[in-house]
Design a protein around this ligand. Sequence first.
Ligand code: FES
Ligand code: FES
Length: 165
Amino acid sequence: MATTVDVNGRSYNVSSPPDTPLLWVLRDELGLTGTKYGCGIAQCGACTVLADGNPIRSCQMPVSALGAAKITTIEGLGGATPLQQAWVKLDVPQCGYCQSGQIMSATALLAQNAKPDDAAITEAMDGNICRCGAYQRIRAAIKEAAGMPSVAVPSPALAAPAPKA
Ligand code: FES
Ligand code: FES
């Protein structure tokens, strides 16, 4: 039986079994591969998308449980939101694998809190793991997009070497 999902403003009839996680419908049926598989158990945040503006872990969300929720993926942001521009300006990604999930969580944060303080950023981003450790640049980019002062943190490859003792 076909399930209908609303993704990035389009309605799709999908043929995957109803208990298929949304992540695999997005990637395998709809070809929206910007959303990544990391852990598969709702622990890393790589698969984060928005459902009616709220971040969800698509690896653990059966497609049949979405109802009429409007899903937004990284592709649906269009690539040039203020947050994405800040991401580029501050050269946030390292390997990039976690980044779509990071951006989706940060997008939801800024939609709900235009000037998040450090505690709010920590709370909102806590579930998004970055194995490259780009956390400082992620935080700086969120503040940049919010028009808040922040200290730009260069990527490790560009950072000056530590002085010898
Ligand atoms: S792949 Fe979904 S939280 Fe890790
Ligand atoms: S940029 Fe590599 S895991 Fe986050």
